[in-house]
Design a protein around this ligand. Structure first.
Ligand code: ARG
Length: 449
């Protein structure tokens, strides 16, 4: 048997272009998404963009990873062109096309054309293409039952329709076979007619009917962009309602956000609004913790909360690098287990990205802020402030008058937040005994008003 030598330890992957690292980081999401149902909504405009071929490759990859996919597509610019060629002008009313009887064959022509195009492209399998070996099956049919919108404000919208019902049994059957299901913006009625629907409406209805894990809508923007705050990365359904009530979103954003939020209210777990322009947006949104577009959700994607015993692994992982650097004092798993109720954590999509502890010196009514850490990649993002606020609140609730902290390297951060320099004499009795003279940590105190 050979002795273990230096060279037996793993050689680390260079930091630049760290593909191995990135691929590993996405594995929790590969596991999470497998077997889940996702409804993707693509506008007719998306088909015409150069990036569309990349989107199809990424859809193929999702299919290979075992995601159950429904692809809902629109065809507005294509319908416009077909109508223009036939010299038919169609008016709009309340943002809906008025689909006259003579226009309907051209709607079917445009929508059918796109179906053929999609089926062809998803069949790609040539060597050197990312779809080599994918062997994708594409299916579809009369999934959406429609009814006419009828007369709105005195105007008959004719063959413009609304979703009446989605045949979920049929969809589930098709998805169970591992196929990608294509659903167009045309719905059928019991009278045997076809109706022209809004694809966004179809996508949201299908996602709700299937109780899908995700509804992903593609936009020409990076996501939901507000005139005040730029790209919004995460928004709860409650915040969505507030945003929609203000005048800060462009029409298209407003429409997508309102459908995304309403789908979440009706049981879709997460809705995403992402770009069809940016290469790889779909993969980045689905397989990284922070995504790249806008996430709409009713669950707690990120929350600051009291720690529980299940968090210990995550806390240890967070603290370890800082202990190695000597920034924090080493704590064993056993010690953490006994002290876990002192901890507050910042949990983001299942990972602990920050923590802080409060130790109470009841006699002096003084609290110690300790073990204060935020993961490297989330520093300077305001998370430290959120944790500090949570600890101050907890300390006040427990009747503390002041908070102190011992630090060797981050004195400025604390001073900027109202901590004043103090001396070891100011420490509570219990802390004086355990104060480590060698670390020479500085003491800072903040009065809690
Ligand atoms: N990848 C995760 C998901 O698919 C998280 C995405 C987060 N996105 C965001 N815009 N914050 O659910």
């Amino acid at each position: 048997m050979s002795e273990i030598t230096e060279t037996d330890s793993p050689v680390s992957v260079p930091a630049e272009r760290n593909w191995v690292h990135l691929f590993r980081q996405s594995s929790p999401y590969i596991n999470a998404h497998r077997g889940k149902t996702m409804v993707l909504a693509l506008s007719g405009e998306a088909f015409e963009h150069d990036n569309f071929v990349n989107i199809l490759h990424d859809i193929a990859l999702l299919n290979s990873l075992g995601v159950r996919l429904v692809l809902v597509y629109g065809a507005r610019p294509q319908i416009d062109r077909c109508l223009a060629q036939a010299n038919i002008t169609s008016g709009f009313h309340y943002n809906l096309r008025i689909t006259q009887e003579e226009a309907m064959p051209y709607v079917l022509q445009a929508v059918g054309g796109l179906r053929g195009f999609l089926e062809a492209r998803l069949s790609t399998g040539i060597v050197n293409s990312p779809m080599y070996g994918a062997g994708i099956r594409v299916v579809g049919g009369n999934v959406v039952l429609a009814r006419p919108v009828g007369v709105l404000g005195g105007v008959d919208l004719c063959y413009t329709g609304k979703v009446r019902r989605v045949d979920t049994d049929m969809l589930q059957g098709l998805l169970a076979g591992g196929s990608i299901v294509l659903v167009s913006s045309v719905g059928y009625s019991l009278t045997g007619e076809a109706f022209n629907l809004s694809y966004e409406d179809v996508a949201a209805s299908v996602a709700v009917a299937l109780k899908a894990e995700k509804l992903v809508m593609f936009s020409d923007q990076l996501g939901v962009v507000s005139t005040e705050d730029g790209l919004i990365r995460e928004v709860s359904v409650v915040q969505s309602d507030q945003l929609l009530a203000q005048d800060v979103l462009a029409d298209e954003c407003r429409n997508l956000l309102s459908l995304a939020a309403s789908a979440c209210k009706q049981g879709v777990i997460r809705s995403h609004i992402i770009s069809y322009v940016r290469d790889g947006a779909l993969l980045e949104e689905l397989f990284t913790r922070d995504g790249i577009g806008t996430l709409v959700t009713d669950d707690n994607y990120e929350q600051i909360r009291s720690a529980c015993i299940e968090d210990i692994g995550g806390i240890l992982e967070l603290l370890h690098p800082l202990e190695e650097l000597g920034i924090l004092v080493r704590r064993s798993r056993e010690l953490l287990e006994t002290e876990i109720e002192n901890f507050t954590v910042d949990e983001r999509d299942g990972s602990i990205i920050g923590c802080a502890a409060l130790y109470v010196y009841a006699e002096e009514k003084v609290g110690e802020l300790a073990c204060f850490a935020v993961t490297q990649s989330y520093r300077r993002s305001g998370r430290g402030d959120m944790l500090l606020t949570a600890i101050e609140k907890k300390a006040k609730a427990r009747g503390m008058r002041q908070l102190f902290v011992l630090t060797t390297q981050t004195e400025h951060w604390f001073r900027e937040r109202g901590f004043e320099p103090a001396s070891t004499d100011d420490l509570p009795q219990g802390k004086k005994i355990t104060y480590n003279q060698q670390r020479k940590s500085k003491v800072f105190v903040k009065k809690l008003s």
